[in-house]
Design a protein around this ligand. Structure first.
Ligand code: TIU
Length: 219
């Protein structure tokens, strides 16, 4: 079985029961001119994940292993957006890439470099966590999933929420430091430390080259 050099301990996974999860790599979070940047954020802290993640996805796909993508967003009529989230502004308003975080809009979709292939599930989620109000749990069951390799943005928001949800559901989660990003370097550092602290309180942390090396060694 592939074994990855990880914190706080090596992470071993079976390729038959491990899914690569790619969280919210959407234009509105990642690209200059998008929603994230309009809030004053430095999107380069997120866009640096695109290159290593595209390399990892290629290695994962080369072995016909499953990838699941998520997107945060809402119906055009905002019926699935809690008033409390709406009240904080942005959602549904006109941005430079269309209505912000509305399904079907250009900014809501995934960046060109990481577009899903036909057959790879794309989970549209209204919240930060990928399990809340989605069919992710059913899809993971169908794949026979036991472990998740987690990537995407942002580290302390949608990645953390999803990893915490997954951990409580019994999935072992390996989070890849070079393939997750926060607008805030301090949150990136502490967010990753939180996961692996206390003996891996809700997961493991490694870098993507270690996963690729582990995949290649087990061939
Ligand atoms: N995907 C995700 O993390 N959504 C966010 O709202 N992130 C922020 O950091 N705002």
């Amino acid at each position: 079985m592939p074994t990855v050099d990880a914190k706080p301990a090596p992470f071993t996974f079976d390729t038959d029961s491990t899914v690569l999860l790619v969280i919210d790599m959407q234009r509105d979070f990642l690209l200059p001119g998008g929603f994230g940047e309009s809030l004053g954020n430095d999107v380069s802290q997120l866009s640096r994940t695109i290159e290593p993640l595209s390399v990892l996805m290629a290695a994962w796909r080369a072995q016909n292993l499953p990838i699941i993508h998520t997107r945060e967003g809402h119906e055009p009529d905002l019926s699935d957006c809690p008033p409390s989230k709406l009240a904080r502004g942005g959602i549904g308003e006109q941005g430079s890439f269309g209505r912000i975080l509305i399904r079907g809009e250009y900014g809501h979709d995934i960046v060109d470099e990481l577009q899903p292939l036909p057959g790879e599930p794309v989970i549209d989620k209204p919240g930060k966590g990928a399990f809340y109000a989605t069919d992710l749990a059913d899809i993971l069951d169908k794949f026979g999933t036991k472990k998740l390799i987690v990537t995407g943005v942002t580290t302390e928001v949608c990645v953390h929420t999803t990893v915490r949800e997954a951990n409580d559901r019994g999935y072992d989660c390996l989070v890849l430091a070079d393939c997750v990003g926060s607008y805030f370097p301090e949150f990136q550092r502490v967010g990753l430390e939180m996961i692996a602290a206390q003996g891996g309180i809700f997961g493991w942390v490694a870098d993507s080259p270690a996963v690729i090396a582990a995949l290649q060694e087990q061939k």
